[in-house]
Design a protein around this ligand. Structure first.
Ligand code: NAP
Length: 328
């Protein structure tokens, strides 16, 4: 267990990312998802991460159904700030007070809750003053609709600026052995602001699990079909690097999932991670990985073998990178 921000609730260090249950990396059934949630609770996972954009509300609806039926006590984090335009299929960042309020109301309806414990701006709208955004979030907090404020994919500067205005409890950004950018300053900036750093995609969207992926079999709509790291020639180069990673794990006597999750959690005591999966079986493996701690020597050895920037291809295509701020 770790604290979700210095003043936040204690949550499982390995929490559950609920994006995959809405089709990001292939299909899943509602029954499979209910089984996943029940197993999560049995294993002590008490924090689910979602967003209004995951399956355009589907992920929140499924969590809502589970919470209604089980009455489980879960810390729910959700996000808003990316709008999907159904006519053009375009996504746009919108941090306006009207949009954030309306999006949160819709999320609460789907979740069947009158509040969420943590509410993130999923992307910062560059042209909108941060003062206005934090004012909107503070008002939602005062009204009891959100327990704490989070920011996602922001720079250390935005975090510091925002935190000077109102407490930021968590920053969420991509962090794993194959996306190490946050180590340069964002993880330290979170510590300095007493915010949790919530590492998303800790398993490299499936690459760091030891399972050999075949992009030719990805289903229609799979996020990775348009992701540079999964396009040739990058994919084959990245797969070759993964074979080296798997050998290193073998030498440590640990599975790739154990090492990948231990890597993320050893970046700081304020780090929480939210691996995503559709199945109870994979969840069990991910949660069990929290028991393994890397020594400093092991971390140094892994860092040297897989330096920041080693993968081929950017972590997002230009269309996927909408609203991303640099982590340095
Ligand atoms: N703030 C943001 O903008 C943002 C962006 C992306 C993600 N997120 C959050 O971060 C969470 C996690 O990120 P992610 O889902 O992109 O990536 P991830 O956790 O790195 O990887 C998920 C992939 O790994 C596979 N996997 C998981 N556990 C496995 C295991 N034990 N063995 C083999 N394969 C396994 C999953 O397939 P199976 O389903 O088959 O297990 C899925 O394809 C999301 O659910 C979401 O909550 C936030």
């Amino acid at each position: 267990m770790r604290r979700l921000g210095s003043f936040g609730p204690r949550v499982s260090a390995v929490s559950l990312g609920a994006m995959s249950i809405s089709g990001t990396y292939g299909p899943s059934t509602e029954a499979e998802t209910m089984r996943l949630f029940s197993r999560a609770v049995e294993l002590g996972v008490n924090h689910f991460d979602t967003s209004d954009i995951y399956g355009l509300g589907r992920s929140e609806e499924l969590i809502g159904r589970y919470l209604r039926e089980s009455r489980a006590d879960i810390v729910v984090s959700t996000k808003a700030g990316i709008r999907y335009m159904p006519v053009t299929g375009e996504r746009r960042v919108d941090n306006s007070p009207a949009h954030l309020r309306n999006a949160l109301e819709q999320s609460l309806k789907r979740l069947g809750r009158d509040h969420v414990e943590l509410f993130y701006i999923q992307r910062r709208e560059a042209a909108r003053p941060i003062e206005e955004v934090m004012e909107t979030l503070s008002a939602l907090k005062k009204e009891g609709k959100i327990g704490a404020i989070g920011l996602s994919e922001v720079s250390p500067e935005t975090l510091r600026e925002a935190n000077r205005l109102t407490r930021v409890s968590a920053v969420q950004s991509e962090y794993s052995l194959w996306t190490r950018d946050a180590e340069r300053s964002l993880i330290a900036a979170c510590d300095e602001c007493r915010a949790a750093f919530v590492a998303f995609s800790p398993l490299g969207r499936g690459m760091l699990t030891g399972h050999v992926l075949d992009p030719a079999t990805f289903s229609k709509g799979d996020f990775r079909l348009n992701n540079p790291r999964f396009q040739e020639p990058a994919y084959s180069q990245n797969r070759a690097a993964m074979a080296v990673f798997e050998k290193l794990c073998e030498r440590l006597g640990k599975s790739p999932v154990e090492v990948a999750i231990a890597w993320v959690l050893s970046a700081g005591e304020h780090v929480i991670t939210i691996p995503g999966t559709r199945t109870a079986e994979h969840l069990e493996v991910n949660v069990a990985a929290a028991d393994f701690r890397l020594t400093q020597n092991q971390r140094a050895e892994i860092a040297a073998a897989f330096p920041d920037g080693f993968p081929w291809g950017d972590r997002f295509s230009s269309a996927q990178a909408i609203g991303i701020e640099p982590t340095v």
